[in-house]
Design a protein around this ligand. Sequence first.
Ligand code: DX5
Ligand code: ZN
Length: 211
Amino acid sequence: MRVAPSLISADFARLGEELENIRALGLDAVHLDVMDGAFVPNITFGQVLIKSIRKSSGLCFDTHLMIEKPCRYLDDFIAAGSDIITVHFEATEDLAADLRYIRAAGVKAGVSVKPKTPVSVLEPYLDDMDLILIMTVEPGFGGQGAIPECIKKIAEAKALIGDRDIIIEADGGATVKNAVEFRDAGCDMLVAGTAFFKAEDRAGAVEALKA
Ligand code: DX5
Ligand code: ZN
């Protein structure tokens, strides 16, 4: 299982070092939680920060847009160097258009569903997406506990996509203890904020999270 550390749990005074540490530990992606204080009750960072760290890191930038009307900023997050851009089903005004726009820029297109949004809503859009991000916590903050019912949604998403080449990513509350539940449910890529950045032994945490 691919592990993508979530940068909001990093030390922002040492972002360059933190990104280098992710790479040095053999990981290939970093999860970038963009929050606007409107779609979620928290504000983190935007395209300016992503553009700045792009210069110093070759990691896959997995950008998670927790923002209202994401179409307004797709150009910014494409230009900033995102490799994946994920919009929220609950925030977009035209999911098919957003997904196609992201793909047309050569960026992988993802869609995320909040805990209460059923996976079935994605059915009409499956051929337009490269990734499904299953929220296993209410979006807005790192350090929350995973919602058990949401882990089942990973298996539902896996079943829904059939043999399509769509990455199933899960986001929120992953720990070295529950990572195996995410894997058994069919998770291909696991976000880890607290479990990675707050770990005493990050290398050990990475091995355990890879389940
Ligand atoms: C929450 C974010 C998650 C969160 C993960 O809104 O989308 O990526 O930062 O952090 P942990 O792994 O600590 O739950
Ligand atoms: Zn996220």
